[in-house]
Design a protein around this ligand. Structure first.
Ligand SMILES: C[S@@+](CC[C@H](N)C(=O)[O-])C[C@H]1O[C@@H](n2cnc3c(N)ncnc32)[C@H](O)[C@@H]1O
Length: 255
């Protein structure tokens, strides 16, 4: 197996360390009767992230963490596989599989280089997984390789606007003004965080998706309800009610 890229090695250590902080949220989401998305838990009925008919479809979650999204897909009848870079996150996912009696393959690996043949899947999804922590110039072409023609890719991540408004200090919420240039954003490291994130402008996402063989179907701008809560300190409800702090990309692999 080829050596892991530096950002993947770093993020592996970060997520093995951080996994315990994600256990309770994983347990709650595995038990949820219906999907709730992102940092505000916006209901699926409001966002419409999932395709209508997943029954019998081959699906993969790229950066599945505790694999609750995979569980939601499996309950809708998909044959799902989750891949994640952190053994510790997957340990929680495996325990929750046992607890809920719902089993599907969980792979320890890098979503930029997935050990499945070309055109193995009909649907690929990432919620703050590969779409935030893997290099888009690697994982988007890989998702295109994995999907069958007509297959759909959906991912939910921080909005680009939020990125531009986030101060570098940890725990300080997004400002009501732009704090950094929009041009050239790609690899992002925060002073107090050992992890490596990736963010692209909308123009760059569209260019990359199209170059990789996708047609962009939709860009959903997530707006939480007025009574929504989050455990994350980097954005206030007031901010998120005025500007999208999360975005959902939907793309279809060209036939
Ligand atoms: C925030 S969790 C996402 C899972 C879940 N949807 C959530 O929001 O808790 C981020 C996950 O991405 C995984 N990850 C980071 N880089 C990855 C990569 N290159 N390949 C696969 N998984 C990766 C991490 O190990 C971590 O479990």
């Amino acid at each position: 197996m080829s050596a892991l890229p530096e950002h993947v090695r770093r993020n592996r250590a970060v997520w093995d360390d951080r996994a315990r902080e994600y256990v309770a949220a994983g347990e709650e989401s595995w038990s949820a009767a219906t999907p709730r998305w992102g940092i505000w838990g916006v209901p699926e009925s409001q966002l419409g992230i999932l395709p209508e008919d997943l029954a019998g479809k081959d699906a993969i979650e790229l950066g599945c963490g505790t694999a609750y999204v995979s569980a939601w897909l499996a309950r809708r009848g998909a044959r799902v596989v989750g891949i994640d870079n952190s053994q510790a996150q997957l340990a929680t996912a495996r325990r929750l599989q046992q607890q809920h009696g719902l089993h599907f393959p969980l792979l320890h690996g890098n979503a930029e280089n997935v050990p499945y043949p070309d055109e193995s899947f009909d649907f690929a999804i990432s919620e703050y997984g590969a779409c935030l922590w893997a290099d888009p110039y690697r994982w988007i072409p890989e998702a295109a390789r994995l999907l069958r023609p007509g297959g759909q890719l959906v991912f939910l991540t921080n909005s680009f606007l939020l990125m531009l408004c986030l101060p570098p200090e940890e725990g300080i919420p997004a400002a009501n003004r732009l704090l950094r240039p929009a041009f050239g954003v790609h690899r992002v490291e925060w002073p107090a965080d050992p992890g490596v994130e990736f963010h692209l402008s909308h123009g760059e996402w569209i260019r990359l998706l199209r170059q990789s063989g996708f047609d962009v179907e939709e860009l959903l701008e997530v707006r939480p309800g007025g009574d929504a809560t989050t455990r994350y300190p980097f954005v206030t409800l007031e901010w998120a009610r005025m500007w999208p702090c999360e975005e959902v990309w939907k793309a279809c692999k060209r036939a």
